[in-house]
Design a protein around this ligand. Structure first.
Ligand code: CA
Length: 379
């Protein structure tokens, strides 16, 4: 098999969903994705996905194309550095790095196919072959009472066997408190419950809420405040007792160096499809170990991003190392997504809240090309 990159293609996919969903600062009735396909000279394809606005990601991946064609796909680190250095002056965070992430994942998939090994084996694992998943959902709908339909939704997750779930908040302290109390009451004391404000609060509100929910055994308080204000993160950490999580809007080792050295978060959540791909996220994970900070990846998107996250989860270091270590969890998005699973020939599903790490070559998934056509956005 030749190891030369012959072509790079972006598949911009979009699908309308039946019911629009709201979170603290926005709403949507569309699920979209930028899927990156890197094709070797012998016709083998490697697949990646970029987190974020699909058309903008595609524009940047297409700009990378001349830097990728003719390169050896085995030289993943060299390619990462070339792309980052080329666009560094304007591209240290955001879309340039999300675009690099999709490329990096596709290159790992190609290497896995070339060496006939799962990515997590090439990365030195596995440390684990399955992970506990927590359910992400509980978005607001256009109509109805959240105290009614969200409570029903979380009861469904308990019935499905999930041992933990995440509740979307960020709509105002009073309203959020009522919902958090109702959900804790509904799911009982044994099921893990985390909250995610999607940076919908300022420090005063986040501190008020965090102190009020102290008796409710909340696993973490995710994105309490805007990501670009690390001082606010530090204040929220210092002034209320719930562990603070964040990082889905942070990028690269340099971005997380600031988070870690300033001790702004208890748990970091880099997105593998955003923070720099598998190559960079492994570096960030190792760095987090050196700071004694937990790492639980943010996961959003199609089965490609899901599989990439599972490959990384398989190699995340044990922190702290002990006989029964704390294991990282998989964020398992349960909200409506017409092609999340359909993009793969075989689904990645949970059984009683546990998901197996795909162990085929590369990402361990096969892409259903009909779905790429069905949901393709016209140029
Ligand atoms: Ca989040």
């Amino acid at each position: 098999m030749s190891t030369t990159i012959a072509d790079v293609r972006c598949h911009v996919l979009e699908a309308k969903i039946n019911e629009p969903f709201w979170w603290s600062f926005n709403q949507s009735d569309v699920r979209g994705s930028c899927v990156v396909e890197i094709i070797a000279e012998d016709g083998t394809s490697g697949w990646g996905e970029c987190f974020g606005p699909s058309r903008l990601n595609a524009a940047i991946v297409n700009a990378f194309k001349p830097l990728l064609i003719g390169q050896d796909f085995r030289a993943g680190d060299l390619i990462w550095q070339t792309l980052y250095n080329q666009f560094r002056d304007q591209g240290q965070k955001g879309l340039t790095v999300t675009a690099i992430s999709g490329v990096d994942i596709a290159l790992w998939d190609l290497r896995g196919k070339h060496f006939e090994a799962p990515i997590h084996v090439l990365m030195g694992g596995p440390l684990r072959t399955e992970v506990k998943a927590y359910a992400t959902g509980t978005y607001r709908r256009g109509a109805g009472d959240p105290l009614d339909y969200i409570v029903k939704e979380v009861e469904g997750y308990v019935e499905e066997g999930f041992g933990a779930m995440k509740l979307k908040i960020g709509f105002g302290v009073e309203e959020d408190l009522a919902l958090i109390r109702a959900v804790r009451e509904a799911i009982g004391q044994k099921v893990g419950l985390m909250i995610d404000a999607n940076h919908g609060y300022d420090v005063i509100e986040a501190v008020e809420l965090g102190n009020a929910i102290a008796p409710l055994n909340i696993g973490w308080f995710e994105e309490p405040v805007v990501p670009d204000e690390l001082n606010s993160y530090c204040e929220v950490r210092a002034r209320q007792p719930v562990p603070v999580a964040g990082g889905e809007c942070e990028f690269t080792r340099w971005g997380f160096r600031e988070v870690l050295t300033r001790r702004a978060m208890d748990i970091i959540q880099p997105d593998t499809c955003a923070a720099g791909g598998l190559t960079e996220c492994k570096r960030i994970a190792d760095m987090a170990t050196a700071f004694g900070v937990r790492y639980v990846p943010h996961v959003w998107g199609t089965g490609i991003g899901l599989s990439a996250s599972l490959q990384l989860l398989a190699v995340l270091p044990h922190t702290p190392p002990r006989r029964t270590p704390i294991e990282p969890m998989l964020e398992f998005d349960r909200s409506e997504h017409p092609f999340r699973q359909a993009i793969m020939k075989q689904e990645i599903e949970h059984k009683s809240g546990v998901v197996q790490v795909p162990d085929g070559p590369g990402l361990g998934i096969e892409i259903n090309r009909d779905v790429l056509t069905e949901f393709a956005v016209a140029d």
